[in-house]
Design a protein around this ligand. Structure first.
Ligand code: ADP
Length: 161
């Protein structure tokens, strides 16, 4: 049987336990998950794409089935080029729904060969986003329960601590 590959796209600025939870759960369904960092997310980002990839690679170093890549341009083109058939997205509060719905419909109108699979956030991470992590960390608040230690150190460094 051919390998079943999924792509999990996002900005991952930086990776949080919420993202990692989705990746771990997706790995139980798929043979491999390509974590795809959007290159167009460079503006307004705290971490460069390279820094985000390094944090993801280090955090997922014991998970060879999780591959870290970057992508430019249309997501569905990237998905097809990689031989994947599924886009995995996480859903948190209702507020995620509207945008995710639009995105999934748009991708579906471009190609019927790629499905979008939504995974509900795990309760402890329902309000966790990279933006909230950056905000709390910039104010020197506690982020230990939100991101891996390596990411916490990288945040401390960014904010000059
Ligand atoms: P954010 O900056 O909002 O964390 P990303 O663009 O990095 O978002 O997110 C990539 C994907 O991960 C999106 O599908 C997003 O909904 C999902 N995601 C982010 N945080 C969580 C979480 N805490 N629980 C579930 N899914 C999440």
């Amino acid at each position: 049987m051919p390998l079943k590959l999924a792509v999990y796209p996002g900005s991952f600025d930086p990776v949080t336990y919420g993202h990692l939870d989705i990746i771990e759960r997706a790995l139980k369904i798929f043979d491999g998950v390509i974590v795809a960092v959007a290159r167009n997310s460079e503006k307004n980002a705290l971490f460069t794409v390279k820094e985000r990839i390094d944090l993801l690679s280090e955090t997922l170093k014991d998970r060879p089935q999780a591959m870290i890549e970057t992508f430019d341009g249309l997501l569905v083109d990237f998905v097809r080029e990689r031989g994947a058939t599924v886009i995995v997205r996480g859903l948190r509060a209702v507020s995620d729904f509207e945008y995710e719905f639009q995105l999934a419909q748009m991708n579906r109108s471009i190609t019927k060969d790629v499905e979008t699979l939504f995974m509900m956030t795990s309760v402890p991470y329902s309000y966790l986003s990279s933006s909230i992590v950056k905000e709390v960390s910039s104010l020197n608040g506690p982020v230990d329960k939100l991101v891996p230690p390596l990411v916490k150190s990288a945040l401390d460094k960014k904010f000059g601590r």
